[in-house]
Write a protein that binds this ligand. Structure first.
Ligand SMILES: CC(C)(COP(=O)(O)OP(=O)(O)OC[C@H]1O[C@@H](n2cnc3c(N)ncnc32)[C@H](O)[C@@H]1OP(=O)(O)O)[C@@H](O)C(=O)NCCC(=O)NCCS
Length: 190
């Protein structure tokens, strides 16, 4: 059995994925750590950002955000989530991640500060995460979703190659009410 084969887990996703930065044309995506929590708290303090995130709380809780970021290295080591702080010229402008990793599939997500919107950064970062998921982490299938009133995110997912599957009703934690969620899937190459 080849060494590469040994690195494939029972669910065919890779275990022991190196925590390395990813460089794109304009951005650096760094595996996130507790050091990024303060900036993440600032970004999530903007209702226009947080209202689009299904699980986030608003207003954000500084300690909860710190605890969450402090757990990112452990999540990575056990292979349940790969999260990246997205940096532009050395400053964190957002987060792009893969979570709910199980059985060779994972969920793609991203959020950026309002000042960074409209420059193609989300698409640039999410493209790199999609490639990392399928080529480096060995995932076979990606899921994602957005609130029905978040057409910009739908545009990004379509450009990434995701296909719509359905629209379901889910509870939005920040909004405190049920919303319609558009769900998508992207199949990797066999
Ligand atoms: C959604 C979000 C990540 C987009 O970030 P961004 O960096 O501005 O996105 P990009 O510039 O990469 O791409 C936006 C695309 O949507 C298009 N777009 C802009 N407004 C649009 C609208 N109202 N309807 C449809 N498409 C729209 C843009 O034209 C662009 O497509 P193009 O490259 O083909 O022109 C950002 O607004 C954000 O962080 N929002 C809050 C959190 C969030 O919504 N996260 C996603 C949860 S599913």
């Amino acid at each position: 059995m080849s060494p590469e084969r040994l690195r494939i887990g029972a669910d065919r996703s890779r275990i022991g994925v190196d925590r390395l930065p990813i460089r794109t044309d304009r951005l650096v995506l760094r595996p996130s750590t507790a050091a990024y929590a303060a900036r993440a708290f600032e970004i999530q303090s903007d209702w226009q950002v947080t209202r689009m995130l299904r699980m986030a709380s608003f207003p954000p809780d500084r300690q909860a955000v710190a605890d969450w970021f402090a757990d990112h290295e452990r999540e990575w080591q056990v292979g349940t989530a790969y999260r990246f702080a997205v940096e532009l010229e050395g400053r964190m402008i957002g987060l792009a991640d893969l979570d709910e990793i199980e059985g060779g599939q994972g969920d793609l997500g991203y959020w950026f500060e309002q000042d960074a919107w409209g420059h193609g950064y989300a698409f640039e970062a999410a493209s790199a995460i999609r490639d990392f998921a399928l080529r480096t982490a060995g995932l076979l299938r990606l899921k994602s979703g957005h609130a029905a009133d978040n057409a910009v995110s739908g545009r990004i997912l379509a450009k990434l190659g995701f296909s719509p599957i359905d629209i379901v009703e889910v509870f939005s934690n920040p909004r405190g009410e049920n919303i319609r969620q558009c769900r998508y899937v992207l199949e990797g190459n066999p």
